[in-house]
Design a protein around this ligand. Structure first.
Ligand SMILES: Cc1cc2nc3c(=O)[nH]c(=O)nc-3n(C[C@H](O)[C@H](O)[C@H](O)COP(=O)(O)O)c2cc1C
Length: 182
């Protein structure tokens, strides 16, 4: 059984990112994959302070907070999906808090060989997602994570995404890509 964790980096639990994350979860074959949706705003995640402790000894982060639970989820998952609305052409602050704390993985390589994908709603749609896609392409590459793709959506108010049929086609394509993973 392979594990998929879908990280939702929107503060709106019933918002567009969540709707797409739940749509993907519903499409996944549960006989082969376990799926967990993890709402990042439920976690106290301190910012990386560049102490460089993770470059020494056990190669782990020494900050004490709820990121320890997220580290466990990341390491147990074969497929890591990050859903974040676009805030000012980038991910939300809570998502970036998590990503900055990926620093130990740059050295200990524990995420290497995993698959990653993105779910990105934005008020203006795909055009405002380019920098975030590029940021994650490079981040995943640095960590040895194979990028499966990015689903973008045009949505502003809660629920708008339901009118974006191409976003749901993207979710179906992502599910299809996941299902061919052995
Ligand atoms: C602080 C803030 C900044 C935003 N910046 C952008 C932006 O740069 N481009 C864009 O297209 N939408 C932007 N939006 C709109 C959100 O991406 C959009 O409302 C999205 O659907 C929210 O997703 P959610 O429902 O999952 O929270 C911004 C929203 C907020 C609150």
């Amino acid at each position: 059984m392979k594990k998929i964790t879908l990280f939702v980096g929107s503060p709106r639990k019933n918002g567009n990112t969540s709707i797409l994350a739940q749509a993907l979860e519903e499409k996944i074959d549960k006989t082969r994959f376990s799926v967990e949706i993890c709402y990042l705003y439920d976690y106290d995640i301190k910012p990386c302070v560049d102490c460089r402790a993770c470059k020494k000894n056990d190669l782990v982060c020494i900050l004490k907070d709820q990121m320890s639970q997220i580290y466990t989820k990341l390491e147990e998952s074969q497929i890591i999906i990050i859903g974040t609305p676009i805030y000012w052409f980038g991910p939300t602050a809570q998502t970036k808090l998590m990503v900055d704390r990926f620093r130990p993985y740059f050295v200990n390589k524990k995420l290497s060989g995993k698959r990653g994908a993105l779910i990105l709603p934005a008020g203006s749609g795909e055009g405002d997602c380019d920098l975030t896609i590029e940021m994650f392409n490079r981040t995943f590459e640095a960590l040895g994570i194979q990028q499966l793709g990015a689903v973008t959506a045009k949505a502003f108010d809660i629920g708008d995404v339901k009118n974006d049929t191409s976003a749901f086609e993207g979710i179906q394509e992502l599910a299809d890509q996941i299902h061919v993973i052995q």
